[in-house]
Design a protein around this ligand. Sequence first.
Ligand SMILES: Cc1cc2nc3c(=O)[nH]c(=O)nc-3n(C[C@H](O)[C@H](O)[C@H](O)COP(=O)(O)OP(=O)(O)OC[C@H]3O[C@@H](n4cnc5c(N)ncnc54)[C@H](O)[C@@H]3O)c2cc1C
Length: 560
Amino acid sequence: MFDHDILVIGAGLAGMRAAYTASQSGADVAIVSKVYPVRSHSNAAQGGINAALTDRGDDWEDHAYDTIKGSDYLGDQDAIEIMCREAGSEVISMEHMGVIFNRDEEGKLGVRSFGGQRQARTFFVADFTGQALLHVLHEQILKIGARVYEEWFVLSLIVEDGECHGAVVMEIRSGEVHAIRAKAVILATGGLGRVFEPSTNALICTGDGMALAYENGAPLMDMEMVQYHPTTLKANGALLSEAARGEGAYLLNSEGDRFMQEYAPNMLELASRDVVSRSEQTEINEGRGIDGCVLLDVRHIGETLINEKLSQIRQLGIDFANVDMVHEPVPIRPGMHYQMGGIKTDVNGLTNIMGLYAAGETACVSVHGGNRLGANSLLDTLVFGRRAGDHASNVVRSRQHSDAITDQYAERERNRLQEMLNRNGGGELFGKIRLDLGEAMNTHLAVYRDQQGMETALEELKGLKTRYDRVIVHDKGKTFNTNLIFTLELGFMLDCAEAIILGALERKESRGAHTRTDMPDRDDSNWLKHILIAKDENGQPDVTYQDVTITQWEPQVRSY
Ligand SMILES: Cc1cc2nc3c(=O)[nH]c(=O)nc-3n(C[C@H](O)[C@H](O)[C@H](O)COP(=O)(O)OP(=O)(O)OC[C@H]3O[C@@H](n4cnc5c(N)ncnc54)[C@H](O)[C@@H]3O)c2cc1C
């Protein structure tokens, strides 16, 4: 058994920011990550990070208003105010740590325009902003010497009487299972993209943290709010960053029309993501698409600028769509990208379980509501990662390790895994179940939804769970048993899918990314509220509601 003051689960931006802050405050911090830290999905973020800097004539309240409108008024305004107020100092502190942001002609930090915002306020490092931020934070983690359990997999949380005391983890290399005792645990496990197939997310984005919290009775909030990004490649779901539209790209239909003029006459291609994705899907559904796609055209920007600011996505187009965007428009379509919902936390990352925090994409603070603005997620990970680290480091000063926590928790997990490995016949391997899950979700819980489709998805999920109960792990070994890891991840994914479908069936209106063809209007009188799903004492999902916090921006009609 290992002991630490604070155990951070996840080495993406949220986890490393939390660990860095808590360490600086003097706590003994450890990080667990199922992959080498800089392989976390934060590494894939291309476009940038938002902040309203006053010396650029911008105002945090404008950023807050854009975020609230983007959220279709479902975001909690107190949390959004905090995020937008703290954004400037967060970006500057990352710059001081060593992130080499792009600069403009005057030598000041450069910005690009991103969707749903009336000001250009997205700071960026070419089209690999996430990688730049993540590597710099990783350097800081190495410098302060925090213990990193890299390539260790969290199997379960240790929760007794509503308090979290650590986690049980498996070292992937040896297959050994250990308990790690901690006075506080911060879940920073990222998103659940791969519950859908395809997705822009890395294969490791399987919602583990959300499922772990859900399993222990923490509510998941706004899970029906799943973002489809407007520009993904058909072949494999890979993302072409909003940076392309930020730099001026057009969206065209099969008739060569810039169709966003119809749907969002003011903001055009830079309307909110939910709006652009719906517009594209309507064009495709009404026969003005090309092979299930519309076109992203950047030719007018010119090769020099494309190479300077969009080189990665140019390469993605060449590699996966066989199209060089310098010479031809690229076929793209809406694809699953981001989970707005997650583990319900307060503005310091605390969940309803004492000692358990969450931050980053796995959490729902809530700052994104029904639709996240591009470049607000990196900001969310850093601001709320830091706040969670800060709060936890204060709390652990007066908390002791619980003596009741012994190796028995690890032993329970060793037995559970052994039982799984002992299973030999009567079931199937994980792969087909995972694919069927992803396809069911992408069929019935995509850009447009309706009652019948969502009920079908729930029915299919029941079948998938039955198949999972008999799942077989063909590799019986201990060393790097990735077959076992994938199988465990699938268990987490099925729980996440359940919360998404139940939330979606519950919300009887259209708001943000949750658009029902059978209930097309937003209904503020009945549904201006969060939907929370938590397991009751019998392990059954239970639905409750929570009011949306409104500070100074009353809901209005949303148009772009
Ligand atoms: C292709 C792409 C581009 C994007 N571009 C942008 C952008 O330009 N701007 C923006 O604001 N947002 C962007 N986003 C969204 C943003 O990148 C993510 O929401 C954010 O980086 C998530 O960070 P995180 O720290 O919460 O999680 P992640 O970076 O996903 O890290 C999760 C961590 O948890 C660990 N983990 C998970 N489960 C376990 C387990 N069971 N045991 C041990 N460890 C575990 C993983 O190893 C990993 O270290 C993009 C997302 C994608 C997919």
